[in-house]
Design a protein around this ligand. Structure first.
Ligand code: PQQ
Length: 676
C-alpha cells in the first residue's frame, strides 16, 4: 500500500528538473497543465485511437461536494491530488482509488457570496514533498504530501474589506509558489504573489493595474500603466480589476513566466475611466521575471475592456513554424473570441483570428490593435456583445497536440445584453442592479433588454498556424469540459450533458463515450503506474454558468472517474434530481411581485437564476421550490438556514416585507412560465 514513507519518497523528488524531465515520458501529471507549457499533451501511447474502445472503469472516488468541481487531477508517483468545491483537497491512491487523506481549509461559508462564480477550485501544485492549495477565502497552504498535515499557511489578501477570492491552482516556478486571486466583479485591484516554496516567505508581488493615484506607483510597470487610465483617478474607487484568477505558464529557458489578466472593475469603461484609455494591464498576457516579479512585456488582447473580457483563459506555450521561421509562441483564446499567437520572447503580436462569431470588433490590424465596432461602447444604448461575459471560452483548459498541430478548445456562447447603468456608484446596492446586494460593481444592467443570440457549445480543433478551424463537434449547449490530448491520437473531453468522450485527434471522429455522474466542466489527466496508462476525470457540475443552469438531471455529488484498458469496475450509481412542478398555491399581490423583481435581481439572481425558466444548476431554481420552503422563506433568507451550502444570512440587508416581495416575484414568474 501507499504508506506515508512511500508517498514521501515519490513526491520529494518533484521539482523543476523533474517536471521538465517528465515531459518526455508523461508518466506523472505533476502540474495543473501537465508541464510548464501547460499544453496538456501526454506522450503516453498505450491508449490510442486503436485501443481506446477497451477503456473501462478502474475505480471511482466520491468527492462528496455538491458544487462545481474544476480540478485537473495532479498525479505523482501513483498518488492523486484533486480538489473539490470549498477548496477541499483529496489524496487518493491512483491505482486503486483508495483514500489516503483529505485536507479541508474550512472556508467560512459566509465567504461564498464574495466570489462571482461558484465556490470552485482548480487544483494543487506539488513540489519537493509538499502540496500547495489556495482556499476560496484567499489563504495559501503548504501541506505535507504524505499526510496532508499543514506545514504553513499564508494570508495572500492585502485588504480583507474587499471581496477577494481564490479559485485557481497555484504554480511553482523557479522555486516559488505563485498565486493570484479573483474579485474584479466586486471592486478589487488584482495582483499576483510569490512565496518561497520551502519556507512560505513572501518573495514578490506584482499588481496588474495601478493603485491609489495619490501615492507613487510601485514600479515602472505601474507608472506606465497609470498613463493609460483616467487622469482624474476615478478607477481607484473600484480597484480597477485585472485579477489574475487562472492561467499561468513558464519558460525556464527564457526565465519568463506568463500570466493572463482579468477584466476591468467596474466592467463599464465609461464609468471606470471616463477619459478612456487602454487601462493597462487589463485583459492582457504579461511576461514577468519569476525570480523578482519584474514586468518584462505585455500584449493587451482587449484594450480598454468594457465587456468583462478576461484574458485569464488557459494559455499554451509552443513552438510553431510561421512563415518559414520556428518561433516560440504563446497561444491564447481568451473570452473575447479571438485566437492569438504571440512571440513569447518579445511579446510581439504575430496573428489573431476570431474562432467564433464576434461583434465587438471586426478583426485585428497588423499592429495587434482591434478594429472596434463603435456601438460596442455606447455610453447610453444597450449592446448585446458577442461573445459575452461568459466568454467564447472560459477557464476550461484547452490542449495542443504537436503531432496534429491542432489546439482543442471548448467554445461556447451564452447570450447577454449590457445596458449602461449611468447611476452606478461603488458598492451602491439597488434594485435591478445585478447582485449589487452582494457587492457586484458592473456599471451595466444585465439582460434588461432580451438577448437575440442563442446559446451553443462546441469542441473546436484549431490550426494555430493557418488560424482556422480544422474540425468541430457540436454539443447541445454551452459549458463543456476542458480537454486532454495524447500521443495516441486522442482528444478526451467531458460534456455538460454528463458524458466523457474520446475523439480521434486528427478528424474529430468519436471513438468512445461513457456516461458519468453529472455535467463535466474540469479537464482530464492521464498518467502511468506500473506500466499501465490511466485516464482520470473529476466530475462535478458548476462554475458561473453551472450554478444556475444544467444540461442533465444527474446531480450526483462530485466524483473522480479513472479508466484503464480492460477496466471492469462497475459504474457507480448516479443521483437524479427530484422532478418537481412549478411552485404555486401561495397568494401574492401584483404590486409585491413588481417590487420583488428588482430585489430578486440585486440579491438572488446570480445564484438562483430566473425562476421557472429551467431546473436550476448546482443551486436550485426557486420556480421549482417546494411550497413549504417558500412558506418559510423569511426565516430561510433572513436567518441563513442554508448557510452551510453557502447561502448568506440576509438579516440586516433585507427585511421581512422585502423577502415577501421577492417571494411574490418568484410565484408570479413561476405562474407566467406555467401559462406558456
Ligand atoms: N470563474 C468562472 C467559473 O469558475 O466558472 C467563470 C468566471 C470565473 C468568469 O467568467 C469570470 O469572469 C471570473 N472572474 C473573476 C474575476 O473577475 O476576478 C474570477 C473568477 C473566478 O475566480 O472563478 C471568474
Amino acid at each position: 500500500g501507499l504508506t506515508p514513507e512511500r508517498i514521501r519518497a515519490a513526491t520529494s523528488g518533484v521539482d523543476q528538473q523533474s517536471i521538465i524531465a517528465n515531459a518526455a515520458t508523461g508518466r506523472d501529471w505533476p502540474s495543473y497543465g501537465l508541464n510548464f507549457s501547460e499544453n496538456r499533451f501526454s506522450p503516453l501511447r498505450a491508449v490510442t485511437s486503436e485501443t481506446v474502445g477497451q477503456l473501462g472503469l478502474a475505480w471511482s472516488y466520491d468527492l462528496g461536494s455538491r458544487r462545481g468541481v474544476q480540478a485537473t487531477p495532479v498525479v505523482v508517483g501513483g498518488v492523486m491530488y484533486v480538489t473539490a468545491s470549498w477548496s477541499v483537497v483529496h489524496a487518493v491512491d491512483a491505482r486503486t482509488g483508495q483514500p489516503l487523506w483529505t485536507f479541508d481549509p474550512q472556508v467560512p461559508r459566509e465567504h461564498g457570496e464574495r466570489g462571482c462564480c461558484d465556490v470552485v477550485n482548480r487544483g494543487v501544485a506539488v513540489h519537493r514533498g509538499k502540496v500547495y492549495v489556495a482556499s476560496y477565502d484567499g489563504r495559501l497552504f503548504a501541506l505535507d504530501a504524505a499526510t496532508g498535515q499543514k506545514l504553513w499557511e499564508r494570508d495572500t489578501i492585502i485588504d480583507r474589506s474587499r471581496a477577494y477570492t481564490i479559485t485557481g491552482a497555484p504554480r511553482v516556478f523557479a522555486g516559488k509558489v505563485v498565486i493570484g486571486n479573483g474579485g474584479a466583479e466586486y471592486g478589487v485591484r488584482g495582483y499576483l504573489t510569490a512565496f518561497d516554496a520551502e519556507t512560505g516567505e513572501q518573495k514578490w508581488r506584482w499588481f496588474s493595474v495601478p493603485g491609489d493615484p495619490s501615492k507613487p506607483p510601485e514600479d515602472e510597470s505601474m507608472a506606465r500603466a497609470m498613463r493609460t487610465w483616467d487622469p482624474a483617478g476615478r478607477w481607484w474607487e473600484a480597484g480597477g480589476g485585472g485579477t489574475m484568477w487562472d492561467t499561468m505558464a513558464y519558460d525556464p529557458q527564457l526565465n519568463l513566466m506568463y500570466v493572463g489578466t482579468g477584466n476591468g472593475s467596474p466592467w463599464n469603461r465609461n464609468l471606470r475611466s471616463p477619459a478612456g484609455g487602454d487601462n493597462l494591464y487589463l485583459s492582457s498576457i504579461v511576461a514577468l521575471n519569476p525570480e523578482t516579479g519584474a514586468y518584462v512585456w505585455h500584449y493587451q488582447e482587449t484594450p480598454g475592456d468594457n465587456w468583462d473580457f478576461t484574458s485569464t483563459q488557459p494559455m499554451i506555450l509552443a513552438e510553431l513554424d510561421i512563415n518559414g521561421r520556428r518561433r516560440k509562441v504563446v497561444m491564447h483564446a481568451p473570452k473575447n473570441g479571438f485566437f492569438f499567437v504571440i512571440d513569447r520572447e518579445t511579446g510581439e503580436f504575430i496573428s489573431a483570428r476570431n474562432f467564433t462569431a464576434v461583434n465587438w470588433a471586426t478583426g485585428f490590424d497588423s499592429e495587434g490593435r482591434p478594429v472596434e465596432n463603435p456601438a460596442a461602447r455606447s455610453a447610453t444604448e444597450p449592446f448585446e456583445a458577442i461573445p459575452t461575459a461568459y466568454g467564447a471560452r472560459n477557464w476550461h483548459p484547452m490542449s495542443f497536440n504537436p503531432q496534429t498541430g491542432l489546439v482543442y478548445m471548448p467554445v461556447h456562447g451564452v447570450p447577454l445584453t449590457l445596458s449602461p447603468d449611468q447611476g452606478w456608484r461603488m458598492n451602491a446596492a439597488a434594485p435591478n442592479r445585478f447582485q449589487s446586494a452582494s457587492g457586484w460593481n458592473l456599471g451595466f444592467y444585465l439582460n434588461a433588454v432580451e438577448p437575440k443570440a442563442k446559446p451553443f457549445g462546441r469542441l473546436v480543433a484549431w490550426d494555430p498556424v493557418r488560424q482556422q478551424e480544422a474540425w468541430g463537434v457540436e454539443y447541445g449547449g454551452p459549458w463543456n469540459g476542458g480537454t486532454l490530448t495524447t500521443a495516441g491520437n486522442l482528444v478526451f473531453q467531458g460534456t455538460a450533458d454528463g458524458r466523457f468522450i474520446a475523439y480521434d485527434a486528427r478528424d474529430g471522429k468519436k471513438l468512445w463515450e461513457v456516461p458519468v455522474s453529472s455535467g463535466v466542466v474540469a479537464a482530464p489527466s492521464t498518467y502511468e503506474i506500473d506500466g499501465e496508462q490511466y485516464v482520470s476525470i473529476a466530475v462535478g457540475w458548476g462554475g458561473v454558468y453551472g450554478i444556475v443552469q444544467r444540461a442533465t438531471d444527474r446531480v450526483t455529488p462530485g466524483r473522480v472517474y479513472t479508466f484503464r484498458l480492460g477496466g471492469t469496475a462497475p459504474m457507480p450509481a448516479v443521483v437524479e434530481a427530484e422532478r418537481r412542478p412549478l411552485v404555486g398555491g401561495i397568494s401574492y399581490t401584483a404590486a409585491d411581485a413588481q417590487a420583488g423583481t428588482g430585489l430578486y435581481i440585486a440579491n438572488c439572481a446570480g445564484c438562483h437564476g430566473a425562476p421557472g425558466v429551467n431546473n436550476g444548476g448546482n443551486v436550485p431554481n426557486l420556480g421549482y421550490a417546494r411550497r413549504e420552503l417558500l412558506e418559510e422563506l423569511p426565516h430561510v433568507v433572513l436567518e441563513g438556514a442554508f448557510l452551510g451550502s453557502g447561502m448568506p444570512r440576509f438579516a440586516g440587508r433585507l427585511d421581512e416585507a422585502q423577502v415577501l416581495q421577492i417571494r411574490a416575484f418568484i410565484l408570479s414568474a413561476a405562474e407566467a412560465v406555467g401559462r406558456r
